[in-house]
Design a protein around this ligand. Structure first.
Ligand SMILES: O=C(O)c1ccccc1N[C@@H]1O[C@H](COP(=O)(O)O)[C@@H](O)[C@H]1O
Length: 209
């Protein structure tokens, strides 16, 4: 098994450099103002210079305006768009950029339906449902709702940390894991020790498989 790691919600150059040095495969920028991890286009433009070749740059959006996504794309070299709201497949497909769709899992059958609805995505991200927030909740969900047959690469998110990620990887066998709150000191400020432990745990469990 070779589960990739995305670290999301970075706001500081030193955190990006630490995540990359420890082996992160992708770095996520949050372009969603209500989030405490949100960055402006100007901030992301500067931060993106700290991400080397072969580490993916991901832009996270929640129900964005089309023009805003285009403006971000014009200014920042995003490899992937992550749509974390209620976007339709038609909306996600219009940007001439690879994209992943996040689903907030509440009930059985929802993930299977999403594989069908978002069939041209580069991956399906499964996260916890929360009535008040679109993501970054720090909560996990019932992993038994994740089917073993998958039409797209599956990215597991929601309440992951170094304490539970090895169990999650063993049980779910995701293509990648995505973490934000579980590797933070405070919202938007990452903790290098937690990032190190998190990535080490993923690599350890993958090696023993
Ligand atoms: O990080 C945020 O603030 C955020 C806001 C709105 C939508 C998604 C957001 N983050 C994504 O949420 C999941 C889970 O985060 P956590 O590890 O439970 O804190 C992850 O995919 C983040 O990229």
């Amino acid at each position: 098994m070779n589960t990739r790691v995305k670290i999301c919600g970075l706001t500081r150059a030193e955190d990006i450099e630490a995540a990359v040095a420890k082996g992160a495969d992708a770095i996520g920028f949050v372009f969603y103002e209500p989030s405490p991890r949100s960055v402006t286009i100007e901030q992301a433009e500067a931060l993106a210079h700290h991400i080397p070749a072969f580490v993916s740059v991901v832009g996270l959006f929640v129900n964005p305006e089309r023009d805003y996504v285009n403006e971000v794309l014009r200014r920042i070299p995003l490899d992937l768009l992550q749509f974390h709201g209620d976007e339709t497949a038609g909306f996600c497909e219009q940007f001439d950029r690879r994209w992943i769709k996040a689903i907030r899992v509440q009930r059985a059958g929802q993930i299977e339906q999403a594989f069908d609805d978002y069939k041209f995505a580069s991956g399906l991200l499964v996260d916890a449902w929360d009535p008040d927030r679109y993501g970054g909740t720090g909560h996990s969900f019932n992993w038994d709702l994740i089917p073993s047959e998958r039409a797209l690469p599956l990215i597991l998110a929601g309440g992951l940390s170094s304490d539970n990620v090895s169990g999650a990887v063993k049980k779910v066998r995701p293509w990648a894991v995505d973490v934000s709150g579980g590797v933070e000191k405070s919202k938007g400020i990452k903790d290098v020790e937690k990032i190190t432990k998190f990535i080490r745990e993923v690599h350890r469990v993958c090696k023993t498989d």
